[in-house]
Each structure stands twice: as C-alpha cells, then as structure tokens.
Design a protein around this ligand. Structure first.
Ligand code: NDP
Ligand code: GDP
Length: 319
C-alpha cells in the first residue's frame, strides 16, 4: 500500500486530502503539533484510519524520525501559519513556520527519504499586486504580506531542491479555496457563520473590512485532487489551480444572505479595523496548464460553494 505523509493534516486541506487518499487505497500518516487543546474535528470521520505523529515544522528532527520510519511515497507540505491578517501581527512566526518550515521539511525529506515526491503548498498570495488581469505560472510575484513573502521563499526553495538535488518536488499555486471546514477567520466562513447565527437569532451584525476586493474562490475538495495529480506527473512541474472567475466579498455575502432569506443591508457594517496594511484588490487564476496537462477541472461552481457552506452553517446553528 503506498504511503502519504501530510503536514497540516488537522487543517482544511489536510482533512479533504486524507479522505481522498484513503479512498484511493493509500495509507496516511499525518504530522500534528502538540497542543493542550488539539482539535481533530475535521478528521472525525477518518481518525481511526490514519496514523498521527507528533511533530512541528519548527523542529526538523520531529519530521526526520517519522519520515525515516514510514518512508512515504508522497509528502504533502500543507502546514503553515496560513492567515494573511495574522502575518502582519506575527511576521517572524509566519516566516519561521511558513518559509523556514518548508526548508526544514525539504531538508528532512532529503535526509530521510529523498526518493519521496513532495508537494509544496504555494498560494495566489505570491502574485499579490498583480493588477486587473489573470495570473498564470508565468506571472511575476509581488507578494503583499509577510505570509505572501514566506510562501514565495518556500516556492522558490521547492524549485531549488528540484534543480539542486534532483528531487521530485512540485509547487502548487492555489487560489483561495473554501469549504464548511474553513477556519472561521477567513472571510467566506466568517460570512456563512454570521449568516447562520443571524438567522438563528444569536447575532445581529456582521462587521467586514473591504468588500470590493475580488478573489477567485473554489472548493477545497476540488483543489486537493489537483495536489495528488501534480505528484502523479512524469516530471515535476508547478501549476496554478483556480476557477478562472473572480467575485467580490460583497458578491459572496449577498449570495449567502439571500440563501438564508435575509437582507444583507440590514446586517453588514463596515469596520475600518479590519482593513489590511496592504491589500490585494484582485486575484483571478488562469489554470489552463492544469486543464491541459493534469486533466484537472473544478467541479463546484461559485454558487454551489456558497450554498454548500451556508447550508452547512445554517444546519450547525440549528437555524
Ligand atoms: P489551515 O490553516 O486550515 O491549516 C494549516 C495547518 O498547518 C493546520 O493543520 C495547522 O495545525 C498546521 N500548522 C500550523 N503551524 C504548524 C507548525 N508549526 N507545525 C506543524 N503544523 C503546523 O490551512 P489550509 O488547509 O486552508 O491550507 C493548507 C495549505 O495551503 C497552507 O499551507 C496554506 O497556506 C496553503 N494555501 C491555502 C489556500 C486556501 O485558500 N485554503 C490557498 C493557497 C495556499 P493546527 O491545527 O495545530 O493549527
Ligand atoms: P486571503 O485572500 O487569504 O487574505 O483570504 P481572506 O478570506 O482572509 O480575505 C479575503 C479578502 O477579504 C481580503 O482582501 C480581505 O481584506 C477581505 N476582507 C474584508 N473583510 C474581511 C474580514 O472581516 N475578514 C477577512 N478575513 N477578510 C476580510
């Protein structure tokens, strides 16, 4: 049975990826950091089918040991300080986990299991201030946050390990992807949870920062399929994964309030404290290379994504 090793298994993508790999007959080993209140809610359905090991991207030895022991075929580096807004408040931690954490992981693989194929979780945040057009693998990077900068470092280092050490390392450049398992601080989930709480009579207002910014939002389960497809190519290459359509925060919120039968204008307030020191007004990906070479297509539309998330949160809130 082939084995996959996943950092960040407790996160949104880690949970979808682990489920898909188990369904495809893989054995899954997940690295999770020690915490007094570790939350495994996203893995509830598969907890007894995966092997969890204690470890941290800040501690290379904690990755070398399990990599030596399990000798995985595929390694997915999904672990990160992944929230852009936090990266201004904790820029050094973000650099340590998201940038140098990737370096430690790549070194650990080189030392412990150099034949393993490695996926590095890159982000459209690397494009940052990219203008009004669409972004492809050829678009230059102009990151706008400590998070974006850290991801650029990790992405370039992944390519460097491929070129310097001949390792099979791929860099996915994934645009925003969401689900009912998204952490509550991201704007999509913040909106769907607020809509559900308002509908249930437990909340009245939703405070947002800039609502004119546009993102290319896809469904996380579609995007984790692309990660595996990248590792199954003949040659390691990097790919943009996106839907090719962008929507404003306002569009997302309107749709979510509509689904719940609520009037957005009665509940949404602007909060200047939620504005960012540097913003990315527009991101929209061109995934032509992934369509052509990986035969990858997203299955969920924007409308289906908003509906799925809103309905899930309405159900959770008992609304
Ligand atoms: P999440 O924030 O849901 O998950 C992040 C994971 O990283 C969690 O499992 C977290 O563990 C783990 N982690 C954080 N710090 C450490 C550490 N020091 N050592 C080990 N693990 C750590 O992110 P997503 O699942 O949404 O994203 C997966 C990856 O893809 C991330 O690298 C993210 O930056 C990247 N990405 C995500 C996009 C998106 O739209 N979702 C877009 C592009 C890239 P814990 O549970 O303990 O906090
Ligand atoms: P990001 O694209 O990785 O930063 O994902 P987010 O979901 O955190 O933010 C997407 C966009 O929504 C950014 O341009 C934010 O500035 C904007 N936004 C507006 N209001 C909010 C808010 O209340 N919370 C968050 N997280 N983002 C907001």
């Amino acid at each position: 049975m082939p084995t996959a090793f996943i950092t960040g298994i407790t996160g949104q993508d880690g949970s979808f990826l682990a489920e898909q790999l188990l369904d495809a007959g893989w054995s899954v080993v997940g690295l999770a950091r020690r915490s007094a209140s570790r939350s495994l809610w996203r893995l509830a359905g598969i907890r007894d089918r995966i092997t969890m090991v204690d470890g941290d991207l800040l501690d290379m030895g904690s990755m070398i040991d399990p990599l030596r022991e399990y000798q995985p075929d595929h390694v997915y580096n999904l672990g990160a300080q992944s929230f852009v807004a936090t990266s201004w408040r904790q820029p050094l931690l973000t650099g340590d986990v998201t940038a140098l954490g990737a370096a430690r992981l790549l070194e650990a693989v080189r030392i412990a299991c150099p034949e393993a194929r490695v996926y590095q979780a890159g982000s459209s945040e690397m494009f940052g201030l990219a203008g009004d057009g669409v972004q492809s693998e050829a678009t230059p990077f102009h990151p706008r946050s400590p998070y974006g900068v850290a991801k650029v470092y990790a992405h370039h280092l992944a390519i460097n390990y491929r070129e310097s050490h001949g390792m099979f390392v791929v860099g996915g450049i994934l645009f925003n992807h969401e689900s009912e398992r998204r952490s509550p601080e991201f704007v999509t989930r913040k909106i769907t949870m607020a809509v559900a709480a308002i509908k249930a009579g437990k909340q009245d207002k939703l405070r947002l920062g800039r609502v004119d910014v546009r993102r290319d939002w896809g469904f996380a389960g579609d995007y984790t399929r692309a990660m595996t497809a990248m590792l199954e190519q003949d040659q390691p290459k990097d790919f943009v994964i996106a839907t090719g359509k962008s929507w404003s925060v306002d569009d997302f919120a309107k749709r979510a309030f509509d689904i719940a039968g609520l009037k957005m204008e009665n509940h949404v307030e602007h909060d200047p404290a939620l504005m960012r020191p540097a913003e990315i007004p527009n991101l929209c990906g061109d995934a032509t290379k992934a369509h052509t070479e990986l035969n990858w297509q997203p299955q969920l539309s924007f409308d289906e994504l908003v509906t799925r998330m809103t309905v899930a949160d309405l159900k959770r809130a008992g609304a």
